[in-house]
Design a protein around this ligand. Structure first.
Ligand SMILES: NC(=O)C1=CN([C@@H]2O[C@H](COP(=O)(O)OP(=O)(O)OC[C@H]3O[C@@H](n4cnc5c(N)ncnc54)[C@H](OP(=O)(O)O)[C@@H]3O)[C@@H](O)[C@H]2O)C=CC1
Ligand SMILES: CC(=O)C(=O)O
Ligand SMILES: [Mg+2]
Length: 760
């Protein structure tokens, strides 16, 4: 495929064609949101039932948002006159791009979108084709329509329709490019108001970028627009139109090369190859180049960097760092606009989106995103190679859409304001990620009661980043165990230079050191430990020191596990902290699946639990399920179901069931049974005596082998998120993460530890 050479995520033309052709051709299908299996379903959803919502909407049109898909439905409309940078390919050939846009709407913002390719280049005919479609849609996204017709079309449709009409190539591009420029200017010590900018391409995207940047403070006399005829100067007559004239400047420069001499920044919204290395060399020090033509940029990053190593370069593509592409904008802008039923998308909403994007790029980047980056797994950090968030950043929806919704409300175009924007942001995060919905209540409880949580491995880079995220999320005060100078140096190297609200304790120098050693000696003196052994443990084993803090009430909870194996970390903590009286120490993993939440135990401690342990695990996990709002249905899992086939493990499971039978607990349980029988009641016809009344939501595993295999395999096979193991049964809250945990997992487990601290 042209222009894909020299990059890591290379694709070929064949691969792209294959993807589009495989299975059901294209990239979209329609799914039902209501059941349609019985005659009753049919009566309700179609005739006669459907008549009632029709009558209601006829009487009150705003009810269309309540009874139909209108409020979440956007039309992606094109006539194919400016398909990417490929030119006028016509309506039919634009369809792959339009289907693609619809897919992005759904994937990134859960907006339902459908492509409508309209086969006319006549402006009036196009406007007429669109204007009457309003009832079906909550918004109109115009796409790849060439200038200057696009300006007329958008303007007229905005006047004619009462829903947002947004030409993405204009405003989506302008918003994302403005966000990138805010950060590139910040990194090079420039102010928008003082910068000079040359924009090549005076079409839909070029003109809109210039207009938004001027609205944001760039000076008209410092922005030069060029097209195929060169500089758009005051007095030029050739190839002009009113939109170009509005930005014509007094200048002696006539060519792009002349305009670029000494310029601070270049925007390419024209065609591949329009910018040469000689032009790049003539720009000001630390030049900013956004070569945004698709699929191939005005200059490649390799060429630009060879000409000027100090350049900040961005392209429209996902296989280079710094992707300036409207995919970062339109899904979230429409999400926010639809959710407040905005009548339009105005400048205030565009500026709010640009600022939210720019701000997000300056935050620490979750580890999970590093692997997805064009930097090929390199750590991403705000800087010349990371000026904008990645398209796969899951935080985009909860940052950009609320900013857009708020700006709509503040500027008076929201027809259904949102009162609690914080809740809205949380709901948005949950909309794409079931994990965040299930965990939300727990995290909110911690936020309402912030705790002091010890991060035992305080010098580890991931730990420091997690501590900063923990503090920023409002979960409480992170306490890092480590040497202060090292922690500060790591923080500085990571660009996390605000240590406020984070405590650092050096175990050896701590004022509490003697007290902890004495406490430990009292515990261990009859278990073969000398006083000096205890002193050494407190000085040298950070898990022991951290656990002492928690045991003696100097902190509420602790988290560890990054640098030592699970069992070693647990041993360190249990040297200091006992099991809660009458409790078994074990681990629960939470599986967040499309079908609901399932708890699995023991996933951490007992390799071959005996009958008594299995019964205790079942009881404690059922209680944990209740605390999460689930009515527990406990299945003891095995390779066999109710005695068939026979084997040694099922015997201990059956004994566990008998133990519970004798105690008559107040939850459903049964076993042993195979996993599919546990999860799918339709497979229980052979076992009418089975006592579970629905799919199991607590799975008690026969051993650590099976538990580990299940919880490690599932997230890699599909849409299942696994959280944990969450350690249970200690008298003080301790959580241990796996050695390969991400920063996010560490934050989550620290919050779980804090939550357990609340419950005590
Ligand atoms: N990265 C992103 O998110 C986006 C990128 N783009 C890219 O921007 C480009 C333009 O798109 P769009 O504005 O929709 O298209 P339009 O057809 O509306 O405008 C194209 C403009 O580019 C000018 N132009 C074309 N070739 C050259 C050249 N070699 N030198 C100088 N000017 C040139 C045209 O000049 P003239 O007026 O003289 O004909 C015209 O002004 C495309 O490559 C597209 O892929 C667009 C939207 C988003
Ligand atoms: C990204 C986009 O919309 C374009 O290149 O046209
Ligand atoms: Mg486009």
């Amino acid at each position: 495929m042209d222009g894909t050479e020299g990059r890591s995520a290379r694709i070929t033309a064949e691969e792209a064609l294959q993807l589009h052709a495989m299975g059901r051709p294209g990239k979209l299908e329609i799914r039902l949101t209501k059941p349609l299996t019985t005659a009753r379903d049919l009566s309700l959803a179609y005739s006669p039932g459907v008549a009632e919502p029709c009558r209601q909407i006829a009487a009150n049109p705003s009810l269309a948002y309540d009874y139909t898909a209108k409020g979440n439905m956007v039309a992606v409309i094109s006539n194919g006159t400016a398909v990417l940078g490929l030119g006028n390919l016509g309506a039919l050939a634009s369809k792959p791009v339009m289907e693609g846009k619809a897919v992005l709407f759904k994937r990134f913002a859960d907006v339902d979108a459908i492509d409508l390719c309209i086969d006319t280049e006549d402006t009036d005919a196009f406007v007429n084709a669109v204007r009457y479609l309003g009832p079906s849609f909550g918004g109109i996204n115009l796409e790849d329509i060439r200038a200057p017709e696009c300006f007329i079309i958008e303007q007229r449709l905005r006047e004619l329709m009462d829903i947002p009409v947004f030409h993405d190539d204009q405003h989506g591009t302008a918003i994302v490019a403005a966000a990138g420029l805010i950060n590139a200017a910040h990194l090079t010590g420039r102010e928008l108001g003082d910068m000079t900018l040359v924009v090549n391409g005076a079409g839909a995207a070029g003109i809109a970028c210039v207009e938004l940047l001027k609205a944001m403070g760039m000076r008209s006399d410092r922005v030069i627009l060029c097209d195929t005829k060169g500089v758009i100067w005051k007095g030029r007559t050739e190839g002009m139109n009113q939109w170009k004239s509005a930005h014509a400047v007094e200048t002696r420069a006539r060519t792009l090369a002349e305009a670029l001499e000494g310029a601070d920044a270049f925007f390419g919204l024209s065609q591949a190859g329009a910018l040469t290395q000689a032009m790049v060399r003539s720009m000001a020090p630390r030049p900013i180049i956004f070569a945004m033509a698709n699929p191939d940029p005005e200059i490649t990053p390799e060429e630009a960097k060879a000409a000027r190593p100090d350049v900040i370069i961005a392209t429209g593509r996902s296989d280079y760092p710094n992707q300036v592409n409207n995919v970062l904008g339109f899904p979230y802008i429409f999400r926010g606009a639809l959710d407040v039923r905005a009548s339009t998308i105005n400048d205030a909403m565009k500026v709010a989106a640009a600022e939210a994007l720019a701000a997000l790029a300056r935050e620490d980047v979750p580890d999970e995103l590093d692997a997805a980056s064009a930097a090929g797994g390199r750590r991403l950090r705000y800087g010349p190679d990371y000026i904008l968030p990645l398209p796969f950043d899951p935080r985009l929806i909860s940052r950009v859409s609320p900013a857009v919704a708020k700006a709509a409300m503040d500027s008076g175009v929201a027809r259904r304001p949102i009162r609690d924007l914080r809740k809205y942001a949380r709901d948005l995060a949950a909309r794409l990620d079931p994990a965040s919905a299930a965990l939300d209540a727990i995290m909110e409880a911690v936020r309402a009661n912030p705790r002091r949580v010890v991060f035992a491995e305080g010098e580890e880079e991931k730990t420091i980043r997690a501590a900063v995220a923990f503090r920023n999320a409002g979960y409480g005060t992170p306490v890092l165990i480590g040497r202060e100078d090292r922690v500060h140096a790591t923080m500085a190297a990571l660009g996390l230079d605000d240590p406020g609200g984070i405590e650092i304790h050096n175990a050896r120098l701590s004022g509490a050191n003697a007290r902890y050693a004495e406490f430990l000696y009292a515990r261990l003196q009859r278990k073969g430990a000398l006083a000096r052994d205890c002193q050494r443990l407190v000085n040298q084993d950070r898990n022991v020191f951290a656990a002492c803090m928690v045991a003696l009430g100097d902190a509420d909870a602790m988290v560890t596990g990054l640098s030592r194996s699970y069992s070693v970390s647990l041993e360190g903590a249990m040297t200091v902290i006992d099991p809660a009286p009458g409790h078994l120490v074990f681990g629960i993993s939470i599986l967040l699946t499309g079908q609901g939440t399932v708890l699995v135990a023991d996933t951490a401690v007992h390799e071959r639990p005996g009958a008594a342990e299995l019964a205790a695990i079942a009881k404690a996990t059922a209680a944990a399920a209740r605390r999460m709002g689930l009515e527990p249905r406990v299945a003891f899992l095995s390779f066999s179901t109710f005695g068939d086939p026979k084997g040694s493990i099922p015997a201990s499971i059956r004994e566990a069931v008998a133990l519970l039978d004798a105690r008559r607990p107040d939850f459903e349980y049964d076993g042993e049974m195979a996993a599919d029988v546990a999860l799918d009641p339709s497979l229980r016809a052979l076992y009418p005596f089975c006592r579970l009344t629905g799919p199991a939501n607590v799975l008690v595993m026969p051993g650590l082998h099976a538990a580990h295999i299940l919880t490690r395999a599932l997230p890699r096979l599909g849409q299942v998120t696994v959280i944990g193991p969450i350690l249970q049964g200690l008298s003080r809250p301790v959580q241990i993460v796996p050695l390969d945990a991400s920063t996010n997992q560490l934050v989550l487990m620290a919050a779980f530890a804090a939550y357990q601290g609340l419950a005590r």
